[in-house]
Design a protein around this ligand. Structure first.
Ligand code: 5AD
Ligand code: SF4
Length: 350
């Protein structure tokens, strides 16, 4: 039987540098179930070519639920009076790292809102302390927009990687998701600065954020083609109570999986997590992401009493295989689909 046009186009996404917008549009809107399954298994093949059947794990430590920003979609936005706030101390963070190290984690991800109380000096001190206790482990930061000097100080102190999603490449759309104090160009400048300083840099976007169109998603794909990030995080939008978007519908799981596969074709070596947002929307979301081309999971290492307070969106998953203390569950789940945990640092390799 002749190969369908859509299947040839899927192959072209992998092999050719330049893809026209109308071709992206076709892929995003017209795949039937068979073509979609072909795309997912093609993307999973490419992933296995790059990484084998190992899935990297990163220990996620949510260091503060305070944020000076007011993104309309996020439960931690500063004007959400329902949000429960906490910040971890340096000692608490070091305890999380020690616990993670004893469980075999080789990457720690420090993620938090833009908390003015956890400024440059404080963070540099924390990074240096982690470096001292765990010289061989990778340190990833995800603490938002800073100036170039601050990013440089973090890098000098020993941080290796930085996650900062661009959220949406379309500036008009960006402005409907954020207040005037933030802008998309700043974000993208931060990302370029991070790359130039030598951070393995992660970017990405939500799928199904309010007002997002197919054209916006194509802008995102093209931006990632240009940026060439080492890591790409994408997850469905999930409404958060106490925010202006509390009553908006969640993003689609299928569309998120489609994007994971498409981005895998464009970025064969990128580290792509199966995100908590997917796991929150569907019990098998994480495994389906792996079968669509993801190769990283980030179980939660935060102290259990603060986990429910780090509520970016409603009903965020934080137990079972989302929890770092339960890597056994994760291990079993991965084994059941023919994969295993890779405890290595999982640096980006060209
Ligand atoms: N739903 C899904 N993802 C969200 N994020 C923030 N709020 C939400 C939400 N309501 C994502 C953003 C941010 C990352 C830390 O979490 O993309 O960059
Ligand atoms: Fe703050 Fe990040 Fe939430 Fe925006 S998305 S309010 S910057 S924690």
């Amino acid at each position: 039987m002749a190969e369908s046009n859509n299947i040839s186009l899927v192959k072209k996404l992998y092999s050719e540098k330049r893809i026209e917008r109308n071709e992206w549009n076709r892929i995003l809107t017209s795949l039937n179930d068979d073509e979609r399954n072909f795309l997912h298994s093609f993307a999973a093949d490419i992933t296995r070519n790059s990484f084998g059947r190992g899935i990297y794990i990163r220990g996620l430590i949510e260091i503060s639920s305070y944020c000076r920003n007011n993104c309309y979609y996020c439960g931690l936005r500063c004007s959400n009076s329902q949000a429960q706030r906490y910040r971890l101390t340096k000692e608490e963070i070091l305890d999380c790292c020690a616990q993670g190290a004893s469980m075999g984690f080789n990457t720690f991800v420090l993620q938090g809102g833009e908390d003015p109380m956890q400024g440059r000096e404080w963070l540099v001190d924390v990074i240096e302390a982690i470096r001292l206790h765990h010289p061989d482990k990778a340190i990833t930061l995800s603490v938002g927009e800073k100036d170039a000097d601050t990013y440089r100080a973090f890098r000098m102190a020993g941080a290796d990687r930085y996650l900062l999603r661009h959220e949406t490449r379309n500036d008009a759309h960006y402005n409907t998701l954020h207040p005037e104090s933030m802008n998309g160009k700043n974000r993208r400048d931060c990302l370029r600065t991070l790359k130039s300083i030598g951070f393995q840099t992660g970017s990405g976007m939500m799928i199904g954020s309010p007002g997002q169109t197919i054209e916006h998603i194509i802008d995102d794909i093209e931006f990632l083609d240009e940026l060439q990030p080492e890591m790409i995080g994408i997850g469905p939008f999930i409404p958060a109570s106490g925010t202006p978007f509390a009553n908006e519908p969640a993003g689609s799981i299928d569309r998120t999986l489609l994007l994971i596969s498409l981005l895998r074709l464009r970025h064969p070596k990128a580290l792509i997590p199966a995100t908590t947002a997917l796991a929150t929307l569907a019990p098998d979301g994480r495994l389906r992401a792996i079968e669509a081309g993801a190769n990283v999971v980030m179980p939660n290492l935060s102290p259990s009493d603060v986990r429910r307070k780090y509520s970016i969106y409603d009903n965020k998953a934080h137990s079972g295989s989302e929890s770092a203390t339960q890597t056994e569950i994760l291990k079993k789940e991965l084994n059941a689909i023919g994969y295993h945990i890779d405890y290595g640092r999982g640096d980006y390799k060209k």
